[in-house]
Design a protein around this ligand. Structure first.
Ligand code: PRP
Ligand code: URA
Length: 205
């Protein structure tokens, strides 16, 4: 797991934790966080040389070898999409519909549109909350079963239980998070966390 250490990351995380932060502002700060997270998450992306003609001369620049595929886990992962798209030319978005059953805490998958022709591209799984890790493990199982081989997981707030579960089931997947919290409560919520990330973004409390 890589804890992304940056003063602005900590500042934005503090705002989205605050229970007084309304949905519009929550979304604004989550997008800012996504933009900041994109740099460490994508720093090893492969590029290839590209000739470019400037007004003065010809030189050699670079372009991405394979554009990343962004996979937001609905609903909460939607809040990380725009920040990543802002900084990745040509990123494709492949939504993954999943919710956690409130009683069993088990993930239920209800939608996917995996881009088979891009299975060798880097996949960026976006979900701001890594709690028990059940949803992330299921999402990673699914992506691999469809043929994805290069996958990173971006969370904003992670619980130690979730990190441990993902790392033991998918040791090849690097987890990036903006905060590592203390624990889960009896209902599987992250403490101190920020509450329900889907509800906080979309106002459905
Ligand atoms: C949240 C979150 C993760 C999941 C994390 O989604 O966005 O997908 O819970 O919990 P886990 O690590 O214990 O699986 P939720 O089920 O609340 O759906 P929503 O985004 O539609 O609100
Ligand atoms: N999902 C959330 O949105 N928040 C939590 O604290 C745990 C799971």
């Amino acid at each position: 797991m890589i804890l992304v250490e940056h003063p602005l990351v900590r500042v934005h995380v503090t705002v989205i934790r605050n229970r007084e932060t309304p949905p519009d502002l929550f979304r604004y700060h989550l997008t800012a966080l996504a933009r900041l997270m994109a740099y460490p998450v994508l720093q090893d992306l492969a590029t290839e040389p590209l000739a470019v003609v400037t007004p003065m001369a010809t030189t050699v620049g670079e372009r991405l070898k394979r554009e990343p595929v962004l996979v937001p886990v609905l609903r909460a992962g939607l809040g990380l999409v725009e920040g990543f798209r802002d900084v990745i030319p040509g990123a494709v978005v492949s939504h993954l519909g999943m919710y956690r059953d409130h009683q069993t805490l088990q993930p239920v998958r209800y939608y996917s549109n995996f881009p088979v022709e891009r299975q060798h591209h880097p996949f960026i799984l976006l979900d701001p909350m890594l709690a028990t890790g059940g949803s992330a493990v299921d999402a990673l199982d699914f992506l691999k079963s469809e043929g994805a081989v290069d996958i990173r997981l971006v969370s904003i707030i992670a619980a130690p239980e979730g990190v441990e579960r993902v790392e033991s089931r998918h040791p090849d997947v690097t987890i990036f998070t903006a905060a590592l919290d203390e624990r889960l409560d009896d209902n599987g919520y992250i403490i101190p966390g920020l509450g329900d990330a889907g509800d906080r973004q979309f106002g459905t409390y």
